[in-house]
Design a protein around this ligand. Structure first.
Ligand code: NAI
Length: 251
């Protein structure tokens, strides 16, 4: 099956975790992959992923680019269009968490989370819609979280950033529908990645497990499967929606 043959997909923050799983899943389905990583320490991983993707028979290129910086987002998108000729799918995946009760949440922590998680989505999307509008086609997938819907003690900043992504996405879905650009959100629950590794062998992690009807944390590949659905024509009549990929934690 080749659901994404010759499509071009952008994925931010894809050197590891859910982004990496989405890059591999999309390449498996024939998509060419343009992805970003931000820190010098991710360079080796990004290079290894690029080689792995190329070995799967697709084009792949990594950019060191901070999605939270407007100018870097602008030049990244321009360079992708130069290199690949178009953008069919854009996944705003880059994200961080800085958890703290509001009493202790510092302005630096608040701003870092809002800039990385929410401003990045504006920065990238603002520039990627131009080539998509020209092509009269596109699928934008924004990574939120179940806590962007339900909230979570100790995650006011993170939840605010993820709730903002949902409002943003529903608004642009209305703006861009007539151009055949679909915009949707994935709201994962707890997924086993570096971001949640602190929950292993931790009483907080055990408590979260009890709140998941399927009785386990999710795998990055399971989120990638949701992205594949939203990125491909399988979801051609779906826009402005939030798909909770959370084992039933939020219903
Ligand atoms: P992760 O921490 O493993 O990966 C996030 C990636 O984003 C990293 O590669 C990081 O370098 C990159 N990144 C951070 N700031 C960046 C920036 N300014 N520009 C470009 N890249 C940047 O996290 P994971 O788990 O793979 O998360 C991916 C997305 O899914 C995030 O948006 C996260 O908030 C969201 N999510 C994850 C959940 C989980 O349980 N793991 C649950 C709900 C949402």
């Amino acid at each position: 099956m080749s659901l994404l043959k010759d499509k071009v997909a952008i994925i931010t923050g894809a050197a590891r975790g859910i982004g990496e799983a989405m890059a591999l899943k999309f390449a498996e389905q024939g998509a060419n992959i343009a992805f970003t990583y931000v820190s010098d320490s991710s360079k080796e991983k990004a290079e290894a992923l690029t080689e792995k993707l190329k070995a799967m028979g697709v084009q792949a290129k990594a950019w060191q680019s901070n999605a939270a910086e407007f100018d870097q987002a602008e030049s990244f998108i321009a360079e992708v269009v130069d290199s690949f000729g178009k953008v069919d799918i854009c996944i705003n995946n880059a994200g961080i968490s800085k958890d703290n009760l509001l009493l202790r949440l510092t302005p630096d922590q608040w701003h870092a989370v809002i800039e990385t998680n929410l401003n990045s989505v504006y920065n990238i999307t603002k520039h990627v819609i131009r080539p998509m509008m020209k092509a009269k086609s596109g699928s934008i997938i924004n990574m939120s979280s179940v806590v962007g819907i339900a909230g979570n003690a100790g995650q006011s900043g993170y939840s605010a950033s993820k709730a903002g992504i949902i409002g943003f996405t529903k608004s642009i879905a209305q703006e861009l529908g007539s151009r055949n650009i679909r915009c949707n959100v994935i709201a994962p629950g707890f997924i086993e990645t570096d971001m949640t590794s602190y929950l292993k062998d931790n009483p907080a992690g055990d408590a979260y497990l009890k709140s998941i009807p399927l009785g386990r944390f999710g795998k990055a590949e399971e989120v990638a499967n949701t992205a594949l659905f939203l990125g491909s024509d399988l979801s051609s009549f779906i826009t402005g929606q939030v798909i909770n990929t959370c084992g039933g934690m939020l219903m």
